[in-house]
Ligand binder design. Structure first.
Ligand code: SF4
Ligand code: SF4
Length: 305
């Protein structure tokens, strides 16, 4: 087998330590930037574009003006209600470098496998004591297949459990490159209805359904269903998803991820609108009913990641 390429680079936008979601035990989640979908409920809008993005937290700003002096593009102006003119910004990061209160932050950093492993090593003892490990999330993790593959190989070489979150929208080549190095795949299925899928994510679900079938033959796979009122939470839509999952013979588990709006604030930090600002969360009793329905179909069901 080829030696691991520790110099392979990927665009990472966050590394979260001590997670107890997204796989077994205590985990570190490495978030990759870039996604071909645009789910209207996405709680990580900063993950969607592959390019770096500037976040401005108005509430932290102490109005020192240092960033305005540092910006050679003239992109920052207090007379602009959004403060940042994104059409002028070239993401140089100079403003964030001088900001004393971390009100400005550039999301997205090119990192080598070796640099990520150095970060992950800090929590190695927790992985072993809790049967945890690392999870790659996004964005769509399979959009950076070479980096994902080399990172997973490096993790496996240290004996760490590996998990991957994916939307399943990827080439077969990317799947075959990455999934054999993954212990557990957490695969999102949003809806079985292609018209609804196109409307709420921007892409067809045909490729995702085909890939679901391939992925569950390579690695242990849990299906996760972000359950969104008005999209896929009604009984007909939800039961169609369960019917589809039952066509995947190796899938034994389905997780319901009830809608939340935790990502809403981030849309505003990025200068974007959030389409679902008035959407109500699902009633707990209704979620329990969906869970019972999944279990009655012979699948293990969990609410939450
Ligand atoms: S990232 Fe660079 S170009 Fe963009 S606002 Fe900051 S200093 Fe100006
Ligand atoms: S440098 Fe930071 S704190 Fe100062 S004005 Fe700019 S954003 Fe606000």
């Amino acid at each position: 087998m080829d030696s691991i390429n520790y110099n392979e680079k990927g665009v990472v936008f966050d590394i979260q330590r001590y997670s107890i979601n997204d796989g077994p035990g205590i985990r570190t989640i490495v978030f990759l930037k870039g996604c071909p979908l645009r789910c209207i409920w996405c709680s990580n809008p900063e993950s969607q574009r592959k390019e770096k993005e500037l976040m401005f937290r108005k509430i932290l700003c102490i109005h020192c003006g240092l960033c305005i002096k540092a910006c050679k593009q003239g992109a920052l102006d207090t007379s602009n209600p959004n403060f940042v003119d994104r059409s002028k910004c070239i993401m140089c990061g100079e403003c964030a470098n001088v900001c004393p209160s971390s009100a400005l932050e550039v999301k997205g950093k090119l990192m080598t496998v070796s640099e990520v492993i150095e970060e992950l090593k800090k929590d190695e003892k927790y992985y072993f004591s809790s049967n945890g490990g690392i999870t790659l999330s996004g964005g769509e993790t399979l959009m950076q297949p070479e980096f994902a593959k080399e990172l997973f190989r490096a993790c496996k070489a240290r004996g760490w459990h590996t998990a991957l979150e994916t939307e399943g929208y990827a080439t077969e080549e990317a799947i075959n490159k990455v999934i054999p190095h993954v212990d557990l795949v957490l695969l999102d299925i949003k809806t079985n209805n292609d018209e609804i899928h196109k409307k709420v994510t921007g892409v067809s679900n045909k490729l995702i359904k085909k890939n679901a079938s391939i992925i569950q033959n390579i690695s242990e796979t849990i299906i996760r269903v972000p359950t969104i009122p008005g999209v896929n939470a009604d009984e007909k839509e939800f039961s169609d998803i369960v019917k589809f999952v039952k066509t995947l013979p190796n899938v034994k588990e389905l997780h319901i991820l009830p809608y939340h709006n935790y990502g809403e604030g981030k849309y505003y930090l990025l200068g974007r609108d959030y389409e679902l600002s008035n959407l109500k969360k699902l009633d707990d009793k209704y979620v329990d009913k969906l869970k019972t329905f999944v279990e009655s179909n012979g699948l293990v069901c969990q609410v939450g990641g």
